[in-house]
Write a protein that binds this ligand. Structure first.
Ligand SMILES: [Mg+2]
Length: 228
């Protein structure tokens, strides 16, 4: 049977909340002694390592982006994230996310994966917190590539391997930012934009996704688009 690959972004698409940002800022303060949030760097749509690089670069310290420093930063980030996800109080699974993912998971003709800027362990923690982790066995992550196009390509390749090494009939990227659309297209995927993050439906439409919706709920028009 022909198989279609559906790759989900996480933040602003499946879940929302400030845990990731808070955890990263705490870790930046601890490891680099850099003040939180004064740099104007936007996080959404970017990979975790890219965010760190941009913040360091804002402070004129890009030479501190070393494997050793970045790896201690991210291990600290993960311990802060674990705590923020349980104690933060603002975590939310977005409307329609559970139902859509569960419905696609039951279908033989769809394969679910992730295409997210989160480092993989961070992605797992967020999905676990939302009860979504069992639906995702693979993906492309910020820990695979700093560039979003590259991590989407990696996710598609992993989907191909999961599919008995045969190319998916179509690959879709579902995400809430212009970057999901632009990099999704660049990686050869069809794109579904969802305005549940920080961008409006009109903002997203100006980047010409193949489809755009306000929310993952109702799921019927989305299922129709993914099947068309
Ligand atoms: Mg997002």
């Amino acid at each position: 049977m022909a198989m279609r690959l559906v790759l989900f972004d996480i933040d602003g698409t499946l879940v929302r909340g400030g845990a990731g940002g808070r955890a990263l800022r705490s870790a930046l303060l601890k490891v680099y002694a850099l003040p939180a949030g004064s740099d104007g760097v936007r996080y959404d749509g970017k990979t975790d390592p890219r965010i760190v690089r941009e913040i360091l670069s804002y402070h004129g310290q890009e030479d501190r982006f070393t494997d050793e420093k970045v790896s201690s930063l991210f291990s600290l980030y993960l311990s802060y994230l674990r705590k923020e996800l349980t104690e933060g109080g603002d975590f939310q699974v977005l409307p329609g996310a559970h139902e859509l993912v569960r419905t696609l998971d039951r279908r033989e003709d769809f394969l679910l994966g992730l295409a997210t800027g989160n480092i993989e362990d961070g992605a797992r923690l967020k999905l676990e917190r939302g009860g979504l982790e069992s639906f995702f066995s693979f993906g492309g992550f910020g820990s695979d590539a700093e560039d979003r196009t590259d991590l989407i390509r990696i996710a598609i390749e992993r989907g191909r391997q999961k599919n008995g090494h045969s190319q998916p009939e179509k690959s879709f990227v579902v995400g809430d930012t212009p970057r999901d659309i632009v990099h999704g297209k660049e990686a050869g995927a069809d794109t579904l934009a969802v305005a549940s993050g920080n961008y409006s439906l009109d903002d997203l439409k100006s980047y010409k996704p193949d489809a755009a919706v306000e929310s993952l709920q109702p799921i019927e028009p989305i299922l129709e688009f993914l099947s068309s």
